[in-house]
Each structure stands twice: as structure tokens, then as C-alpha cells.
Write a protein that binds this ligand. Structure first.
Ligand SMILES: NC(=O)c1ccc[n+]([C@@H]2O[C@H](COP(=O)([O-])OP(=O)(O)OC[C@H]3O[C@@H](n4cnc5c(N)ncnc54)[C@H](OP(=O)(O)O)[C@@H]3O)[C@@H](O)[C@H]2O)c1
Length: 279
């Protein structure tokens, strides 16, 4: 676990080493905002990245008031070709360093692939895959050099199986899970650890969007959706203890385990049937 450094706003440490700032992408809403609250409660200094400046500023005000958190804001569209590079440059200005990277920003696209807007699909891959990869590649070498660091990549329960009607989204999250697992092995002995967070359907604006557009997701009563605050708390514990894959919630853990022991043709056939159900 991280410890709060005694010298005021100097931030938190891991294994006695200064961890610098925590950079969280997609911090203006949902799971990202709850992750920001978690890190703030544990005494971390934050750099919050998203497109909506006002939402970021409101959160920064809350965190400064409630936890005396030192918060820096970076307004950036990470789907832009230079978005991740610009975000890292702004985050590292004034000699700041990022010791914890949380790649949380993500979008979903629900519906038949053939009817999807190609530009929307490209933006999904740009954010969920390209931006996450580039942010990691740009920030990881300095973490290794300092001998301490953490990377939290937000994947999804959708990472464990193909999902007809969310084909590109599930594929993007399978990439995130695979990348993170491979990284966790590459990073052994470096002091840097990588964790993939795989939440199930969670009560955020993305959760609403999925339930609005997917009949099978709509069948799940609202009470069964995960709470973003609980997801963030579990993510924080998993990250700090160096867990490689974290699936919050018992029913989601059962689903992930089932997908891993069931032949792939069975999981995709059942997911295909669920996608075709009209309710
Ligand atoms: N909700 C679920 O059911 C669920 C389940 C499993 C996994 N997840 C994953 O959890 C993560 C967070 O999802 P959420 O449910 O919290 O979604 P959300 O409430 O819709 O929040 C998405 C965040 O991403 C940011 N974002 C979107 N496009 C961006 C862009 N082009 N550049 C920079 N930031 C951008 C948004 O900020 P701005 O609009 O201000 O840019 C917002 O802060 C995603 O990776 C998602 O795939 C969600």
C-alpha cells in the first residue's frame, strides 16, 4: 500500500520511494472520477485528464476541499493523433513525474458491426487501444528507471470473450487485458507493476448507454449493476498490492472464470443468442 508522505503536499510513496503524481485519463466522470477520489483519500497528488474542463474543475475543487489534494488538470482529446503525447507533455511540465498511470478513458459502441459508423469505430480503437498503448509507452521507461511505478489499465469483463453487438468494444478490451498481462511479466523485478481492471456492467453514463442500446444488458435489473465507487476501491487495493487481473464482484468473477474454462465457440454462440434476444 502507498503511505502518505509527512511533508504536506509532497505526495505518497511506495516502498519508501516518492511516487510523484497519479495520472488518470477519463477522470471527469464515472469510474475515473471515483478512482480520483480513491487516490485522493490515500494522499496522492493527481493529474486528471479528459475533454470536459468544467467537469474536471468541479472534481478538482471537491478533492482539494475534502482531502487537500494537489490536483493538476489537463484538458485533452486522447483520440487526436497528438493527444497522448500532448497530455504527457502537459503532465510532465515543470519537472513533475508520473509514478502511477491509470488508463481509464474508454468508449463503447453497441449494435451490429455492419451498421456502425466507421468514424465512431475508429475513435473507439483510437481511445481504447491506441491512446492507452501510447500513454503507457511514453510513461513506463521513466518508472522503470526510478525503480517504482504502477499502471492500472481499465479493461472489462468483455475482455474475456467475444461479444456480438459490442464486437469492437470487446475486442479492444481483450487487447487491454492481453497487453497488461504480458507487461506484468516483462516488468518482474523492475519495481513497476501492471494491473488490468475488468469490471462488469457498472452504473455510469457508459453503463446507461449499454443498457439503453442492448436488449440483453437491459434484462439486468439496475440493482445488479456494480457501483463505480466499489469498483474504484477494489481497483485501488488490487493496484497497490500488485494484482495482475482484478475482476470486481462475485458474479463477474464467476462469469470471467466460466468464459476461461468454456470452449470459445460455446461462449460466442451463447453471447450471439443473447444479442439477438429482443425485450
Ligand atoms: N460502465 C461500465 O459498465 C464499464 C464496464 C466495464 C469497463 N468499463 C470501462 O471503464 C472505463 C470508464 O468507463 P465509465 O463507465 O466510467 O464511462 P463514462 O462514465 O462514460 O466516462 C468515460 C470517461 O472517459 C473520458 N473520455 C471519453 N472520450 C475521451 C477522449 N476522446 N479523450 C479523453 N477522455 C475521454 C470521458 O471524459 P470527457 O467526456 O470529459 O472527455 C469520461 O471521463 C472505460 O474504459 C470503460 O470501457 C466500463
Amino acid at each position: 500500500m502507498a503511505t502518505r508522505k509527512k511533508s504536506g503536499s509532497a505526495g505518497a510513496q511506495i516502498n519508501g520511494k516518492d511516487i510523484g503524481r497519479v495520472l488518470i485519463t477519463g477522470a471527469s466522470a464515472g469510474i475515473g472520477a471515483e478512482l480520483a477520489r480513491q487516490f485522493a483519500q490515500h494522499g496522492h497528488r493527481l493529474t486528471l485528464v479528459a475533454r470536459r474542463r468544467e467537469a474536471l474543475a468541479d472534481l478538482a475543487e471537491e478533492l482539494t476541499r475534502d482531502y487537500q489534494t494537489d490536483v493538476k488538470l489537463v484538458t485533452q482529446d486522447l483520440t487526436k493523433p497528438n493527444g497522448p503525447a500532448a497530455a504527457v507533455k502537459a503532465a510532465e511540465a515543470d519537472g513533475e513525474f508520473i509514478g502511477i498511470l491509470v488508463n481509464n478513458a474508454g468508449v463503447v459502441d453497441v449494435g451490429p458491426f455492419a451498421k456502425a459508423d466507421p468514424d465512431k469505430l475508429t475513435a473507439l480503437v483510437d481511445l481504447n487501444v491506441r491512446a492507452l498503448t501510447e500513454m503507457t509507452a511514453r510513461l513506463l521507461p521513466a518508472m522503470i528507471e526510478r525503480g517504482v511505478g504502477r499502471i492500472l489499465n481499465v479493461a472489462s469483463l468483455a475482455a474475456f470473450q467475444p461479444i456480438p453487438s459490442m464486437a469492437a468494444y470487446a475486442a479492444s478490451k481483450a487487447y487491454v487485458l492481453s497487453l497488461t498481462e504480458a507487461l506484468s511479466e516483462e516488468l518482474r523485478g523492475t519495481g513497476v507493476k501492471a494491473t488490468a481492471l475488468c469490471p462488469g456492467l457498472t452504473a455510469t453514463s457508459m453503463g446507461d448507454e449499454i443498457q439503453d442500446q442492448s436488449s440483453s444488458a437491459r434484462a439486468l435489473p439496475k440493482e445488479f449493476l456494480s457501483n463505480p465507487k466499489d469498483v474504484a476501491a477494489q481497483a485501488y487495493r488490487a493496484l497497490m498490492s500488485g494484482r495482475v487481473v482484478e475482476v470486481p464482484g462475485i458474479s463477474n468473477q464467476v462469469t470471467a472464470a466460466w468464459a476461461q474454462v468454456t470452449p470459445r465457440w460455446v461462449t460466442r454462440y451463447i453471447a450471439g443468442m443473447a444479442a439477438r434476444v429482443k425485450v
